[in-house]
Design a protein around this ligand. Structure first.
Ligand code: ATP
Ligand code: MG
Length: 416
């Protein structure tokens, strides 16, 4: 036998026994996003590496350690598989001249993203994300809308075990003072930091707050909090967001440890965290990115968005026993014995399908017993058994698979 080729570590096959759940979840996402006025956007799987270096940030883990980057075959340029969706959407709206559309602009997507991380439960190298982006509003009303959309999806999926954590990480105005406080704090603990953090300390101290190294994490827990260093505007925005969430009856906690791992965030950041699904418990993360559009060559256009990981949602749903979705079952399965019966079966199936029914006919030519076993496994509602004599007489037995009852039907006029 030839040696088997295996899938790449950290990727997954999603089989027909699982796709109904995926389709159900994706259907809820699409419906909810569209009820909030978001339109679907699809962007390329790979982009110029520069887009993510500039968009996500050159001192982030995503860009420094996790990106799938390669040289293009025929041109001297570097390409990367998208590690997230926001930078691509921003590029697309600028490139397609959408920034002058009536505001706000609202886009959503369901896409695969790629990151070279250590595979584990809830963390893969190709993962699937539902994301939304809204451009053109600085008001916390838009933050509240984005959070409400994520919340609606989670509620509709029945995830009562997910909790909203919010924080504000400040804007251009409050950042310098906070940055200084942070650098001073970490300098006092520099010997305990990992090498990456040591090099990031001067370049981008905020990144030290989400380092996954346990020693760094311990030190980060005692670091100055962004909420204690907000300017007046950020403070009042955060207060308005909180009162909007309260008015909308969306439970939340303020959590100063939420800083988000990508550079583009400003102001509001948030995560929805699921209990009981292990270490990878953030099912959704997002925030405001007011400088991103202009930094990618577009106009000054503020933005707010989030990304929701579908595999982690499934883990959270499984925890609550909500992951069982029925697979579609045939209305009729035609057991055919012999070539003439098979042709007759195909003819009947064609008619049933043109009427919108789900019908299957045997195409393997196995024994009646084997065919009935298959019909059972597929959960067929009825089975029609056709042999040479049924083809000749034009009548056959239709078996109700639930009651076992049989009725005679005329093959040429049979519908269900
Ligand atoms: P984490 O801190 O868990 O690494 P992140 O901040 O890197 O998450 P984002 O870039 O905000 O994640 O992506 C949005 C969402 O996509 C996450 O909240 C998570 O649900 C999902 N996600 C991110 N990375 C992965 C991955 N490698 N595998 C599966 N899902 C992922
Ligand atoms: Mg990550």
């Amino acid at each position: 036998m030839m040696k088997m080729i295996q899938r790449i570590k950290g990727t997954m096959d999603i089989l027909p026994s699982e796709t109904p759940l995926w389709k159900y979840i994706e259907g809820v996402m699409r419906e909810e996003a569209e009820r909030y006025g978001y339109g679907e956007i699809r962007t390329p799987t790979f982009e110029n590496t520069e887009l993510f270096v500039r968009g996500v940030g050159d001192t982030t883990d995503v860009v420094q350690k996790e990106m799938y980057t390669f040289a293009d075959r025929d041109e001297n340029r570097s390409i990367s598989l998208r590690p997230e969706g926001t930078a691509s959407v921003v590029r697309a709206i600028i490139e397609n001249g959408r920034c002058s559309d009536p505001l706000p602009l609202k886009y959503y997507y369901i896409m695969s993203c790629f990151r070279h991380e250590k595979p584990q439960a809830g963390r893969s190298r190709e993962f699937f994300q539902f994301g939304t982006e809204m451009f053109g509003s600085k008001s916390p009303a838009s933050d509240a809308t984005a959070i409400s959309l994520a919340n609606s999806v989670l509620r509709r999926l029945g995830l009562g075990n997910v909790k909203l954590h919010i924080n504000s990480i400040g804007c251009k105005e409050c950042r310098p003072a906070y940055r200084e406080a942070l650098v001073n704090y970490f300098k006092g603990n520099i010997d305990c930091l990992c090498d990456t953090c040591k090099t990031r300390l001067e370049k981008n101290p905020l990144r030290l707050l989400d380092c996954k190294n346990p020693d760094c994490h311990k030190i980060a827990m005692g670091a100055p909090k962004t909420v204690d260093h907000l300017c007046e505007k950020c403070n009042s925005d955060f207060a308005m967001l909180r009162s909007a969430l309260t008015a909308m009856k969306i439970d939340h906690v303020v959590d100063s440890s939420i800083v988000r791992g990508l550079d583009y965030y400003t102001g509001t950041v948030f995560e929805f965290i699921a209990e009981g699904i292990g270490a990878q418990s953030t099912v959704c993360g997002g925030g405001r990115y007011d400088g991103l559009v202009s930094s990618l060559g577009g106009p000054e256009l503020p933005g707010i968005g989030f990304g929701m990981g579908i595999t982690r949602l499934i883990l959270a749903m499984r925890e609550l026993g909500l992951d069982k979705i029925e697979t579609p079952a045939p209305s009729v399965y035609i057991a055919a014995l012999g070539e003439g019966a098979m042709v007759k079966g195909l003819e009947i199936c064609e008619r049933l399908r043109s009427l919108g029914k789900y019908a299957e006919c045997d195409v393997v030519g196995r024994s009646l017993k084997a065919q009935m076993k298959y019909a059972n496994k597929k959960g067929a509602r009825y089975t029609l058994i056709i042999g040479e004599s049924e083809v000749e007489s034009g009548v056959a037995q239709l078996r109700d698979m639930e009651s076992g009852e049989q009725t005679e039907v005329a093959l040429d006029s049979f519908v269900i």
